[in-house]
Design a protein around this ligand. Sequence first.
Ligand code: SAM
Length: 284
Amino acid sequence: MDNATPSGVRALLASRGVQPHKGLGQNFLIDKNILDKIATAAQIAPGEGVVEIGAGLGGLTKFLAPAARKVAAVEIDKKLIPLLEPLVDSYDNVILITGDILTLDWEREIFIYFEDPREKVVICANLPYYITSPIIFKILEHHDRVRQAVLMMQKEVADRLMARPGTSDYGLLTVMVSRKAKVAQVARVSRNCFYPVPDVDSTVVRLIPLDKPSVEVKQEAVFNKLVRAAFQARRKTMHNVLVMAGLAEREAAGDILVSLGIEPQRRGETLTVEEFACIANRLS
Ligand code: SAM
């Protein structure tokens, strides 16, 4: 049965009486051009290892296996495992890991399959959308093990990742991720490329974790508190943000911003990552 056509996916699921699990983000890709595009965008070098998040019925796995030295395919849903196993068994370089990508110990339970502990891997996924942000932060946590990630996500989340200051999409996610990774769009994908059809369109994004943050901060906790406060109250001026977050007294807050060349009446949503870092460093 073809695991990347609507009829194939339906037949495969029906063969075990399984329904797609909406809560687990089970929208299977049924467009081979898109599957090929994701695998190609991953630029898998010969001999490189790949981690696939959410293998589902193996639609993407089939495109990754021939390109990679090894694929560690992670899938949480035990009901899908019997449907996935025959495919996995047909490749000698695919390992199936049953578990939750957010609670698995990546070092001990995933990277362990790639013999060299210094080896960087590629991550590929048609993500379960309900956990896109936590997965991105997990990838950034493991920046020393991940060369790049090619991820299908909800279009709106991709827009937030790539947003410019002063736009409505620019926010906490943009600032936190852009300090630690380079993000670029690979392709827009219509909702009609999935079965079942989701309520949203998608974007494939390339995320390259940086070895070092693009902007250094003295105290990560202060930077995080500042950025969170700025976007919790998007309409407040930076002057008010500093005061309300308890980061500075009213008079000092104004002086700090002016001394950094930042107009105190500006809203946080207009500040660049560098400007947030300057303020955080002055407060640290
Ligand atoms: N890779 C397949 C494809 O492209 O057709 C399936 C993608 S589907 C959007 C997302 C997959 O992630 C589902 O198979 C779902 O069961 C799995 N998944 C959901 N939450 C997960 C988690 N926390 N850890 C690992 N896999 C998860």
